[in-house]
Design a binder for this molecule. Structure first.
Ligand code: NAD
Length: 445
C-alpha cells in the first residue's frame, strides 16, 4: 500500500519505519528541512531503540522516502497520516494549530481520493474540524474531491515503540465508513493479527479512547504515589503494599510503581487536555483534576527530602548533587515534562550545584538549561559524582540498577543516596552503610 506520513517525530517516524518494514511504500513529510535532510542520509534526530537500523534499511531498499513537500508526499498515497505534535497551551488545553495546518496543507495539495488518518492525540471533535478545513481548502481551489477522515490513535510507548507497533495490544480505528474500516484492517493485518485486536468504533469514541487510556494510566501512578506518601508517614513499605494489592487480579501489578511523578510528552498534557474538554462541556472532572494536582506535587517529593537532609547541614546552597537520569523515563531522550527538570529547578533556585548524567538525554537537557550556571551535564555516569555531596537517581536506566556502590561511597562527601525510582534494596543500602532515601518508606532517622 502507499502511505504518506506527515510529521516525523516519535510517532510518525516509528509508524513510517514499521509500515515500510511490512512492504508498504511510505513517504514521510516534515516541515523541518534539516530533519528531512538528515533522515535521507539515515541520521535520525530522536533516540528510540532499533529505529535507526529500521529507517536505514527501509530507506536503502526504497520503501521509505522523505520530503518537505506534502503535495509530493501525498501524490501516490491512499492513506495520509497526521502525526504532528499536539502540545499543551498555557491553560492546559490542546494546541491543535499543527494538526489544523496539516489539514489545510492536505486540502491544498490533494489531487484524488485520500483516507486522512489522524494518529496525533486530539480532543473529541477534531476529525470534524479536519474535515471542514480540508473542504474549505478544496473549495478555495474550486475542486470537489472525495476523502475520508479517520481517527486512529497511537498507543506506543517511547523506549519500546517498535515492539509496541509490531505487537500492539489493540489498534483502534474510528470511522463510520465500512469500506474505509476494511482498508485499515488490511493495512494493519500484519500487526493486529488476531482479528479482535483491531477495534472499529465511532470517530468520537476513538478520539476519547486515547485520552481515557492515558488518564487511566496516569490515575494509577498518582494513586500509588499517594499510597506511597501515606506509607512513609505511617511506617509501612509501599513495595510490600504493591505486591499485596497487585496480587488481586482486578488491580494487577502493572503501572503501580511509586516514584516522583509521571512526565513525558503524553500523560501530563493529555490529562490536562481531557480536563479542559470536560470543563468546556460544563463538567468538573474531579478525579482527573486530583490526578493532575497530585502529580504536580509528587515532582517535588525528592527535592524536599534533599532539602530536609541538608537543612541541618547548612542548607543546600553551595552543596553539590550528583544526578543520575534526566529523561522522563528510561530508553528515551525525551525530556518533555521530565521530573528531573523540576528537581533541577527546585534545587538550583536554592543555590545547589548539580552534576547530571543521562545515557542519551544530556544534549536535550543542556539546551533546555543553557542559562543555568549551577547545572553541569557530564558524559560519564561516575564523573557526575566528582566533588558531590550526595547522589540522586531519578530515571530507571538499567545501568543505574546495579552500580559500583563502593565507588559511589568513595566519591561522595557523605554516603547518602536519594532514590526517586526505588531501584535499590533498602536492606542492601543499609548493609553498605549508605543513608538511603526512597519513595514510600519512612525516611532514615
Ligand atoms: P514530535 O514533536 O516528536 O514530532 C512532531 C513532528 O511533526 C516534528 O518533527 C515536527 O517538525 C513535525 N511537524 C510539525 N508541523 C508540521 C507540518 N505542518 N508539516 C509537517 N510536519 C510537521 O511529536 P510526537 O511525540 O511524535 O507526537 C505526535 C502526536 O502523537 C502527538 O499528538 C502525541 O500526543 C501523540 N502520541 C505521542 C506518543 C509518544 O510517545 N511520543 C505516543 C502516542 C501518541
Amino acid at each position: 500500500m502507499n502511505l504518506c506520513i506527515v510529521g516525523t517525530g516519535y510517532v510518525g517516524l516509528v509508524s513510517a519505519a514499521c509500515f515500510a518494514e511490512m512492504g508498504n511504500d511510505v513517504c514521510c513529510v516534515d516541515i523541518n528541512p534539516s530533519i528531512v535532510e538528515n533522515l535521507r542520509q539515515g541520521i535520525i534526530h530522536i533516540y528510540e531503540p532499533g529505529l535507526e537500523e529500521l529507517v536505514r534499511r527501509n530507506t536503502s531498499e526504497g520503501r521509505l522516502k522523505f520530503t518537505t513537500n506534502i503535495a509530493e508526499g501525498m501524490e501516490n498515497a491512499l492513506f495520509v497520516f497526521i502525526t504532528v505534535g499536539t502540545p499543551p497551551k498555557e491553560d492546559g488545553s490542546c494546541d491543535l494549530s499543527y494538526v489544523y495546518q496539516v489539514a489545510r496543507d492536505i486540502g491544498a495539495g490533494m489531487r484524488d481520493y485520500k483516507i486522512i488518518v489522524d494518529k496525533s492525540t486530539v480532543p473529541v471533535g477534531t476529525a470534524d474540524k479536519v474535515r471542514a478545513l480540508v473542504n474549505e481548502e478544496l473549495g478555495n481551489r474550486g475542486e470537489h474531491i472525495e476523502f475520508d477522515v479517520v481517527s486512529n490513535p497511537e498507543f506506543l510507548k517511547e523506549g519500546d515503540a517498535i515492539n509496541d507497533f509490531f505487537k500492539p495490544d489493540r489498534v483502534v480505528v474510528g470511522t463510520d465508513n465500512v469500506r474505509t474500516a476494511e482498508l485499515l484492517k488490511a493495512l494493519y493485518a500484519p500487526y493486529a493479527r488476531s482479528r479482535d485486536k483491531l477495534i472499529v468504533m465511532g470517530v468520537r469514541s476513538a478520539e476519547m479512547t486515547k485520552y481515557a487510556a492515558n488518564c487511566m494510566l496516569a490515575t494509577k501512578i498518582s494513586f500509588i504515589n499517594e499510597i506511597a506518601n501515606v506509607c512513609e508517614l505511617v511506617g509501612a513499605d509501599v513495595r510490600e503494599v504493591r505486591v499485596g494489592i497487585g496480587s488481586d487480579h482486578r488491580i494487577g501489578y502493572q503501572f503501580i510503581y511509586p516514584g516522583i511523578g509521571y512526565g513525558g510528552s503524553c500523560f501530563p498534557k493529555d490529562v490536562k487536555a481531557l480536563i479542559d474538554t470536560a470543563r468546556q462541556y460544563g463538567y468538573e472532572p474531579g478525579v482527573l483534576a486530583s490526578v493532575d494536582d497530585a502529580n504536580a506535587r509528587q515532582k517535588h517529593v525528592l527535592s524536599r527530602k534533599i532539602e530536609e537532609y541538608f537543612a541541618v547541614r547548612g542548607g543546600v546552597a553551595g552543596k553539590t548533587l550528583a544526578l543520575w537520569g534526566l529523561a522522563f523515563k528510561a530508553n528515551t531522550d525525551d525530556v518533555r515534562d521530565a521530573s528531573a527538570f523540576e528537581m533541577i529547578r527546585d534545587l538550583t533556585d536554592k543555590g545547589m550545584k548539580i552534576r547530571a548524567f543521562d545515557p542519551v538525554a544530556g544534549p536535550n537537557t543542556q539546551r533546555h538549561f543553557a542559562e543555568n550556571d549551577l547545572l553541569a551535564v557530564v558524559d560519564e555516569q561516575y564523573a557526575a559524582l566528582d566533588g558531590a555531596d550526595a547522589l540522586a537517581v531519578v530515571t530507571e536506566w538499567n545501568q543505574f540498577r546495579n552500580p559500583d556502590f563502593p565507588r559511589i561511597e568513595k566519591a561522595l562527601a557523605e554516603p547518602v543516596v536519594f532514590d526517586g525510582r526505588n531501584l535499590y534494596s533498602p536492606e542492601l543500602m543499609a548493609a553498605l552503610n549508605f543513608v538511603y532515601y526512597c519513595i514510600g518508606r519512612p525516611d532514615p532517622k
